[in-house]
Design a protein around this ligand. Structure first.
Ligand SMILES: [Zn+2]
Length: 419
Protein backbone atom coordinates (compact mmCIF):
# COMPACT_ATOMS: atom_id res chain seq x y z
CA UNK A 1 0.00 0.00 0.00
CA UNK A 2 1.05 3.57 -0.49
CA UNK A 3 2.88 5.40 2.23
CA UNK A 4 1.72 8.84 3.26
CA UNK A 5 3.82 11.24 1.20
CA UNK A 6 4.02 14.94 1.97
CA UNK A 7 3.89 17.01 -1.21
CA UNK A 8 2.93 20.43 -2.49
CA UNK A 9 0.23 20.10 -5.14
CA UNK A 10 1.61 20.50 -8.66
CA UNK A 11 1.05 23.59 -10.78
CA UNK A 12 -1.39 22.56 -13.43
CA UNK A 13 -0.15 23.82 -16.77
CA UNK A 14 -3.37 22.84 -18.52
CA UNK A 15 -5.39 25.33 -16.45
CA UNK A 16 -4.06 28.30 -18.39
CA UNK A 17 -2.29 26.68 -21.35
CA UNK A 18 -4.29 23.63 -22.38
CA UNK A 19 -2.50 23.61 -25.75
CA UNK A 20 0.90 23.05 -24.07
CA UNK A 21 1.54 19.31 -24.18
CA UNK A 22 5.28 19.12 -23.48
CA UNK A 23 6.90 20.46 -20.32
CA UNK A 24 9.77 19.99 -17.93
CA UNK A 25 9.27 19.25 -14.24
CA UNK A 26 10.89 17.78 -11.15
CA UNK A 27 9.73 14.64 -9.38
CA UNK A 28 8.52 15.65 -5.91
CA UNK A 29 7.31 12.28 -4.62
CA UNK A 30 6.94 8.64 -5.59
CA UNK A 31 4.88 5.87 -4.07
CA UNK A 32 4.30 2.23 -4.96
CA UNK A 33 0.61 1.60 -5.48
CA UNK A 34 0.26 -1.99 -6.62
CA UNK A 35 1.86 -5.01 -8.14
CA UNK A 36 0.23 -6.18 -11.35
CA UNK A 37 1.29 -9.71 -12.38
CA UNK A 38 4.35 -9.37 -10.16
CA UNK A 39 5.35 -6.02 -11.71
CA UNK A 40 5.55 -2.91 -9.59
CA UNK A 41 3.31 0.05 -10.41
CA UNK A 42 4.28 3.49 -9.19
CA UNK A 43 2.67 6.87 -8.87
CA UNK A 44 4.82 9.92 -9.36
CA UNK A 45 4.05 13.50 -8.30
CA UNK A 46 5.67 16.47 -10.10
CA UNK A 47 6.11 20.14 -9.21
CA UNK A 48 4.20 21.06 -12.40
CA UNK A 49 2.27 19.02 -14.92
CA UNK A 50 0.40 19.28 -18.20
CA UNK A 51 -1.25 15.88 -17.60
CA UNK A 52 -4.99 16.10 -16.96
CA UNK A 53 -6.15 13.82 -14.12
CA UNK A 54 -9.45 11.98 -14.62
CA UNK A 55 -12.38 14.06 -13.34
CA UNK A 56 -15.70 15.59 -14.26
CA UNK A 57 -16.49 12.86 -16.79
CA UNK A 58 -13.26 13.48 -18.75
CA UNK A 59 -10.76 10.57 -18.77
CA UNK A 60 -7.11 11.04 -17.77
CA UNK A 61 -4.36 11.98 -20.20
CA UNK A 62 -1.70 9.43 -21.05
CA UNK A 63 1.82 10.03 -22.36
CA UNK A 64 5.40 9.65 -21.21
CA UNK A 65 7.86 11.06 -18.69
CA UNK A 66 11.50 11.07 -19.86
CA UNK A 67 14.39 11.30 -17.41
CA UNK A 68 17.97 11.83 -18.60
CA UNK A 69 20.82 10.33 -16.56
CA UNK A 70 24.20 12.11 -16.13
CA UNK A 71 25.62 9.57 -18.57
CA UNK A 72 23.22 10.92 -21.17
CA UNK A 73 21.13 7.75 -21.26
CA UNK A 74 17.42 8.44 -21.13
CA UNK A 75 14.73 6.52 -19.31
CA UNK A 76 11.23 6.58 -20.74
CA UNK A 77 8.41 6.04 -18.25
CA UNK A 78 5.04 5.67 -20.03
CA UNK A 79 2.19 7.30 -18.08
CA UNK A 80 -0.87 5.03 -18.22
CA UNK A 81 -3.18 6.89 -15.84
CA UNK A 82 -3.38 10.19 -13.93
CA UNK A 83 -5.42 10.72 -10.78
CA UNK A 84 -5.75 13.52 -8.27
CA UNK A 85 -6.09 12.92 -4.54
CA UNK A 86 -8.22 14.78 -2.03
CA UNK A 87 -5.36 17.15 -1.22
CA UNK A 88 -5.25 18.19 -4.89
CA UNK A 89 -2.02 16.34 -5.68
CA UNK A 90 -1.75 14.88 -9.20
CA UNK A 91 -0.35 11.33 -9.38
CA UNK A 92 1.07 9.94 -12.62
CA UNK A 93 0.88 6.14 -12.84
CA UNK A 94 3.91 4.46 -14.40
CA UNK A 95 5.74 1.14 -14.26
CA UNK A 96 9.17 2.84 -13.94
CA UNK A 97 10.31 4.27 -10.58
CA UNK A 98 11.50 7.88 -10.96
CA UNK A 99 13.37 9.06 -7.90
CA UNK A 100 12.45 12.26 -6.06
CA UNK A 101 14.43 15.19 -7.38
CA UNK A 102 14.75 13.75 -10.89
CA UNK A 103 14.20 16.23 -13.69
CA UNK A 104 11.82 14.93 -16.33
CA UNK A 105 10.41 15.99 -19.65
CA UNK A 106 6.72 15.22 -19.94
CA UNK A 107 4.87 14.61 -23.18
CA UNK A 108 1.10 14.26 -23.22
CA UNK A 109 -0.44 12.00 -25.91
CA UNK A 110 -1.65 14.76 -28.23
CA UNK A 111 -4.20 12.80 -30.24
CA UNK A 112 -5.97 11.54 -27.12
CA UNK A 113 -5.95 15.00 -25.46
CA UNK A 114 -7.24 16.76 -28.59
CA UNK A 115 -10.04 14.22 -28.85
CA UNK A 116 -10.96 14.77 -25.19
CA UNK A 117 -10.89 18.57 -25.63
CA UNK A 118 -13.22 18.31 -28.62
CA UNK A 119 -15.68 16.04 -26.82
CA UNK A 120 -15.59 17.96 -23.54
CA UNK A 121 -15.84 21.43 -25.11
CA UNK A 122 -18.60 20.13 -27.39
CA UNK A 123 -20.46 18.96 -24.29
CA UNK A 124 -20.29 22.49 -22.79
CA UNK A 125 -21.84 23.91 -25.94
CA UNK A 126 -24.44 21.17 -26.31
CA UNK A 127 -25.57 21.39 -22.67
CA UNK A 128 -25.76 25.19 -22.97
CA UNK A 129 -27.87 25.07 -26.16
CA UNK A 130 -30.16 22.38 -24.72
CA UNK A 131 -30.77 24.67 -21.74
CA UNK A 132 -31.08 27.88 -23.80
CA UNK A 133 -33.42 26.49 -26.48
CA UNK A 134 -35.29 23.67 -24.70
CA UNK A 135 -34.85 24.35 -20.96
CA UNK A 136 -33.36 20.88 -20.64
CA UNK A 137 -30.89 20.48 -17.81
CA UNK A 138 -27.81 18.27 -18.08
CA UNK A 139 -27.35 16.13 -14.96
CA UNK A 140 -24.24 14.20 -15.96
CA UNK A 141 -21.69 13.70 -18.72
CA UNK A 142 -19.68 10.64 -19.72
CA UNK A 143 -16.81 10.60 -22.20
CA UNK A 144 -16.27 6.98 -23.26
CA UNK A 145 -13.67 5.45 -25.57
CA UNK A 146 -16.19 5.29 -28.45
CA UNK A 147 -19.04 7.67 -27.75
CA UNK A 148 -20.06 10.46 -25.36
CA UNK A 149 -23.33 10.81 -23.52
CA UNK A 150 -25.14 13.38 -21.41
CA UNK A 151 -28.06 12.58 -19.15
CA UNK A 152 -30.89 15.13 -19.30
CA UNK A 153 -33.78 15.74 -16.96
CA UNK A 154 -37.29 15.35 -18.31
CA UNK A 155 -39.09 13.32 -20.97
CA UNK A 156 -37.47 11.93 -24.16
CA UNK A 157 -36.60 14.43 -26.90
CA UNK A 158 -38.47 14.22 -30.19
CA UNK A 159 -36.45 13.58 -33.36
CA UNK A 160 -37.28 17.07 -34.66
CA UNK A 161 -36.10 18.61 -31.36
CA UNK A 162 -32.80 16.74 -31.70
CA UNK A 163 -32.42 17.95 -35.28
CA UNK A 164 -33.08 21.56 -34.23
CA UNK A 165 -30.60 21.36 -31.33
CA UNK A 166 -28.00 19.82 -33.66
CA UNK A 167 -28.34 22.73 -36.10
CA UNK A 168 -28.18 25.34 -33.32
CA UNK A 169 -25.12 23.86 -31.64
CA UNK A 170 -23.27 23.50 -34.95
CA UNK A 171 -24.10 27.14 -35.72
CA UNK A 172 -22.37 28.09 -32.44
CA UNK A 173 -19.36 26.00 -33.53
CA UNK A 174 -19.22 27.85 -36.87
CA UNK A 175 -19.14 31.23 -35.12
CA UNK A 176 -15.63 30.39 -33.81
CA UNK A 177 -16.45 31.93 -30.44
CA UNK A 178 -13.56 32.22 -27.98
CA UNK A 179 -13.58 29.76 -25.08
CA UNK A 180 -12.30 32.00 -22.30
CA UNK A 181 -10.68 31.02 -19.00
CA UNK A 182 -10.89 33.34 -15.95
CA UNK A 183 -10.79 33.05 -12.20
CA UNK A 184 -13.04 34.45 -9.49
CA UNK A 185 -12.89 34.36 -5.69
CA UNK A 186 -15.22 31.97 -3.86
CA UNK A 187 -17.28 35.01 -2.75
CA UNK A 188 -17.69 36.24 -6.32
CA UNK A 189 -18.62 32.73 -7.40
CA UNK A 190 -21.25 32.55 -4.63
CA UNK A 191 -22.73 35.85 -5.81
CA UNK A 192 -22.84 34.59 -9.39
CA UNK A 193 -24.61 31.45 -8.19
CA UNK A 194 -27.14 33.59 -6.28
CA UNK A 195 -28.10 35.63 -9.35
CA UNK A 196 -28.15 32.49 -11.57
CA UNK A 197 -25.19 33.46 -13.74
CA UNK A 198 -23.65 30.14 -12.61
CA UNK A 199 -25.59 26.89 -12.40
CA UNK A 200 -23.38 25.12 -9.84
CA UNK A 201 -20.08 25.35 -8.02
CA UNK A 202 -17.34 22.75 -7.68
CA UNK A 203 -16.70 21.39 -4.17
CA UNK A 204 -13.05 22.55 -4.15
CA UNK A 205 -11.82 25.43 -2.00
CA UNK A 206 -9.94 28.47 -3.26
CA UNK A 207 -10.40 30.53 -6.38
CA UNK A 208 -12.83 29.21 -8.93
CA UNK A 209 -11.92 28.64 -12.59
CA UNK A 210 -14.63 29.75 -14.99
CA UNK A 211 -14.99 28.74 -18.63
CA UNK A 212 -16.94 31.19 -20.72
CA UNK A 213 -18.26 31.11 -24.26
CA UNK A 214 -19.65 34.65 -24.65
CA UNK A 215 -23.42 34.76 -24.81
CA UNK A 216 -23.75 30.98 -24.60
CA UNK A 217 -22.04 29.30 -21.69
CA UNK A 218 -20.57 30.14 -18.30
CA UNK A 219 -19.42 27.23 -16.17
CA UNK A 220 -17.13 26.50 -13.25
CA UNK A 221 -14.91 23.77 -14.73
CA UNK A 222 -11.39 22.41 -14.24
CA UNK A 223 -11.27 20.54 -17.55
CA UNK A 224 -9.37 21.10 -20.79
CA UNK A 225 -11.05 23.02 -23.60
CA UNK A 226 -10.34 24.12 -27.15
CA UNK A 227 -9.40 27.77 -27.79
CA UNK A 228 -12.41 28.61 -29.97
CA UNK A 229 -15.62 26.74 -30.66
CA UNK A 230 -14.47 26.17 -34.27
CA UNK A 231 -11.89 23.65 -32.99
CA UNK A 232 -14.68 21.41 -31.69
CA UNK A 233 -15.53 20.50 -35.27
CA UNK A 234 -18.90 18.99 -36.19
CA UNK A 235 -21.23 17.95 -33.37
CA UNK A 236 -23.27 14.92 -34.34
CA UNK A 237 -26.29 14.01 -32.18
CA UNK A 238 -27.24 10.36 -32.15
CA UNK A 239 -30.06 8.49 -30.44
CA UNK A 240 -31.53 8.81 -26.98
CA UNK A 241 -32.50 6.16 -24.46
CA UNK A 242 -34.26 6.26 -21.10
CA UNK A 243 -31.98 5.57 -18.15
CA UNK A 244 -33.34 5.64 -14.59
CA UNK A 245 -35.73 8.54 -15.04
CA UNK A 246 -33.32 10.55 -17.22
CA UNK A 247 -32.82 10.74 -20.97
CA UNK A 248 -29.37 9.68 -22.16
CA UNK A 249 -28.32 11.48 -25.34
CA UNK A 250 -25.42 10.10 -27.33
CA UNK A 251 -23.26 12.55 -29.28
CA UNK A 252 -19.89 12.75 -31.02
CA UNK A 253 -17.69 15.74 -31.71
CA UNK A 254 -14.90 16.61 -34.15
CA UNK A 255 -12.81 13.77 -35.54
CA UNK A 256 -14.98 11.18 -33.76
CA UNK A 257 -18.09 12.54 -35.49
CA UNK A 258 -16.35 12.39 -38.87
CA UNK A 259 -15.12 8.83 -38.28
CA UNK A 260 -18.60 7.67 -37.25
CA UNK A 261 -20.22 9.36 -40.25
CA UNK A 262 -17.64 7.77 -42.59
CA UNK A 263 -18.05 4.31 -41.11
CA UNK A 264 -21.85 4.55 -41.27
CA UNK A 265 -21.69 5.85 -44.84
CA UNK A 266 -19.52 2.87 -45.80
CA UNK A 267 -22.09 0.52 -44.25
CA UNK A 268 -24.88 2.23 -46.14
CA UNK A 269 -22.89 2.18 -49.41
CA UNK A 270 -22.28 -1.59 -49.01
CA UNK A 271 -26.04 -2.11 -48.53
CA UNK A 272 -26.76 0.04 -51.54
CA UNK A 273 -24.38 -2.02 -53.71
CA UNK A 274 -25.89 -5.28 -52.45
CA UNK A 275 -29.38 -4.00 -53.31
CA UNK A 276 -28.26 -2.40 -56.59
CA UNK A 277 -29.94 0.85 -55.64
CA UNK A 278 -28.97 4.39 -54.65
CA UNK A 279 -28.21 5.11 -50.97
CA UNK A 280 -31.39 7.22 -50.74
CA UNK A 281 -33.47 4.23 -51.89
CA UNK A 282 -32.00 1.66 -49.46
CA UNK A 283 -34.71 2.18 -46.86
CA UNK A 284 -37.50 1.68 -49.42
CA UNK A 285 -35.76 -1.37 -50.91
CA UNK A 286 -35.36 -3.04 -47.52
CA UNK A 287 -39.04 -2.36 -46.64
CA UNK A 288 -40.07 -3.89 -49.98
CA UNK A 289 -37.84 -6.96 -49.44
CA UNK A 290 -39.29 -7.51 -45.98
CA UNK A 291 -42.84 -7.30 -47.34
CA UNK A 292 -41.95 -9.73 -50.15
CA UNK A 293 -40.42 -12.06 -47.61
CA UNK A 294 -43.60 -12.06 -45.52
CA UNK A 295 -45.70 -12.84 -48.62
CA UNK A 296 -43.30 -15.61 -49.67
CA UNK A 297 -43.45 -17.18 -46.20
CA UNK A 298 -47.27 -17.25 -46.36
CA UNK A 299 -47.15 -18.79 -49.85
CA UNK A 300 -44.64 -21.40 -48.72
CA UNK A 301 -46.89 -22.41 -45.80
CA UNK A 302 -49.89 -22.73 -48.14
CA UNK A 303 -47.89 -24.77 -50.68
CA UNK A 304 -46.55 -27.15 -48.03
CA UNK A 305 -50.10 -27.62 -46.75
CA UNK A 306 -51.30 -28.41 -50.29
CA UNK A 307 -48.35 -30.78 -50.82
CA UNK A 308 -49.07 -32.58 -47.52
CA UNK A 309 -52.75 -32.98 -48.46
CA UNK A 310 -51.89 -34.34 -51.95
CA UNK A 311 -49.30 -36.79 -50.57
CA UNK A 312 -51.71 -37.89 -47.82
CA UNK A 313 -54.52 -38.57 -50.29
CA UNK A 314 -52.15 -40.63 -52.50
CA UNK A 315 -50.76 -42.59 -49.53
CA UNK A 316 -54.20 -43.40 -48.12
CA UNK A 317 -55.39 -44.44 -51.63
CA UNK A 318 -52.55 -46.99 -51.74
CA UNK A 319 -52.60 -48.16 -48.12
CA UNK A 320 -56.36 -48.06 -47.52
CA UNK A 321 -57.99 -47.07 -44.24
CA UNK A 322 -58.04 -50.48 -42.58
CA UNK A 323 -54.45 -50.45 -41.28
CA UNK A 324 -54.37 -49.81 -37.50
CA UNK A 325 -51.14 -47.74 -37.89
CA UNK A 326 -50.02 -46.15 -41.15
CA UNK A 327 -46.21 -45.73 -40.90
CA UNK A 328 -44.64 -43.36 -43.39
CA UNK A 329 -40.94 -42.42 -43.47
CA UNK A 330 -40.05 -39.16 -45.20
CA UNK A 331 -36.94 -38.88 -47.38
CA UNK A 332 -34.91 -36.30 -45.44
CA UNK A 333 -32.86 -35.50 -48.55
CA UNK A 334 -35.83 -33.91 -50.30
CA UNK A 335 -36.30 -30.15 -49.89
CA UNK A 336 -39.22 -29.13 -47.69
CA UNK A 337 -39.08 -32.33 -45.64
CA UNK A 338 -38.76 -30.69 -42.23
CA UNK A 339 -40.23 -31.60 -38.82
CA UNK A 340 -42.95 -29.01 -39.53
CA UNK A 341 -43.84 -30.78 -42.79
CA UNK A 342 -43.98 -34.12 -40.90
CA UNK A 343 -46.67 -32.55 -38.65
CA UNK A 344 -48.63 -31.22 -41.65
CA UNK A 345 -48.46 -34.64 -43.33
CA UNK A 346 -49.53 -36.56 -40.20
CA UNK A 347 -52.60 -34.31 -39.75
CA UNK A 348 -53.38 -34.56 -43.48
CA UNK A 349 -53.20 -38.38 -43.35
CA UNK A 350 -55.80 -38.47 -40.57
CA UNK A 351 -57.93 -35.96 -42.48
CA UNK A 352 -57.65 -38.25 -45.56
CA UNK A 353 -59.09 -41.17 -43.60
CA UNK A 354 -56.14 -42.97 -41.93
CA UNK A 355 -57.29 -43.78 -38.37
CA UNK A 356 -53.77 -43.56 -36.92
CA UNK A 357 -50.46 -42.57 -38.46
CA UNK A 358 -46.80 -42.30 -37.51
CA UNK A 359 -44.69 -40.08 -39.75
CA UNK A 360 -40.92 -40.44 -39.33
CA UNK A 361 -38.15 -38.08 -40.48
CA UNK A 362 -34.63 -39.56 -40.11
CA UNK A 363 -32.05 -36.95 -39.05
CA UNK A 364 -28.63 -38.62 -39.01
CA UNK A 365 -28.58 -41.23 -36.25
CA UNK A 366 -31.75 -39.90 -34.67
CA UNK A 367 -35.29 -39.70 -35.99
CA UNK A 368 -38.08 -37.17 -35.53
CA UNK A 369 -41.57 -38.72 -35.26
CA UNK A 370 -45.12 -37.38 -35.36
CA UNK A 371 -48.10 -39.41 -34.16
CA UNK A 372 -51.62 -38.33 -35.22
CA UNK A 373 -54.94 -40.12 -34.68
CA UNK A 374 -58.66 -39.52 -34.91
CA UNK A 375 -59.23 -41.21 -31.52
CA UNK A 376 -57.23 -41.92 -28.37
CA UNK A 377 -54.59 -39.72 -26.78
CA UNK A 378 -51.48 -39.26 -28.94
CA UNK A 379 -49.55 -37.19 -26.35
CA UNK A 380 -49.77 -39.80 -23.60
CA UNK A 381 -49.25 -42.78 -25.91
CA UNK A 382 -46.17 -41.37 -27.63
CA UNK A 383 -44.58 -40.16 -24.39
CA UNK A 384 -45.10 -43.58 -22.74
CA UNK A 385 -43.78 -45.50 -25.75
CA UNK A 386 -40.69 -43.30 -26.11
CA UNK A 387 -39.58 -43.53 -22.45
CA UNK A 388 -38.68 -47.21 -22.89
CA UNK A 389 -36.95 -46.60 -26.24
CA UNK A 390 -34.44 -43.90 -25.31
CA UNK A 391 -36.46 -41.08 -26.82
CA UNK A 392 -38.65 -38.25 -25.60
CA UNK A 393 -41.77 -36.48 -26.77
CA UNK A 394 -45.35 -35.45 -26.08
CA UNK A 395 -48.22 -33.35 -27.38
CA UNK A 396 -51.99 -33.06 -27.55
CA UNK A 397 -54.67 -35.75 -27.96
CA UNK A 398 -54.72 -35.27 -31.75
CA UNK A 399 -51.04 -34.74 -32.48
CA UNK A 400 -47.77 -35.53 -30.70
CA UNK A 401 -44.13 -35.26 -31.68
CA UNK A 402 -40.87 -36.58 -30.40
CA UNK A 403 -37.48 -38.02 -31.28
CA UNK A 404 -35.63 -41.26 -30.71
CA UNK A 405 -32.61 -43.19 -32.04
CA UNK A 406 -33.27 -44.19 -35.68
CA UNK A 407 -32.59 -47.88 -34.86
CA UNK A 408 -35.50 -47.86 -32.38
CA UNK A 409 -38.09 -46.75 -34.99
CA UNK A 410 -39.44 -50.31 -35.76
CA UNK A 411 -39.80 -50.94 -32.01
CA UNK A 412 -41.78 -47.69 -31.67
CA UNK A 413 -44.09 -48.65 -34.54
CA UNK A 414 -44.68 -52.02 -32.85
CA UNK A 415 -45.32 -50.41 -29.47
CA UNK A 416 -47.93 -48.11 -30.99
CA UNK A 417 -49.93 -50.96 -32.57
CA UNK A 418 -53.17 -51.57 -30.71
CA UNK A 419 -53.14 -54.71 -28.54
ZN1 LIG B 1 -15.21 22.06 -19.00
Amino acid sequence: MSAQVQTHAADRIYYDAPEQLTFTATVTAIREVARVHGRQVWQVALDRTAFYPESGGQPADTGVLIATARSGASLEAPVTDVQEDEAGEVWHTTAKPLQEGTEVRGMVNAERREDHMQQHSGQHLLSAVLWRDRRRKTVSFHLGPETCTIDLEGPPLLDEELAAVELAVNAAVAQALPVGIRYVSPDEAQAMLQDSRLRKLPPRAGRIRLIEVPGIDLNACGGTHVATTAAIGPIFLRGTERVRGAVRLQFLCGTRALRAARSEYEGLAALSRALSTGTAEVQGSVARLLAENRTAAKERTALLQALATAEAVALVATAGTAQPLLLHTLDAELPGHTPDFAKLLASALVAAGAPRTLVALPQGESCAVVLAAAMGNCGTELRTALTTLGGRGGGSRELAQGSLPLTALPALAAALLPL
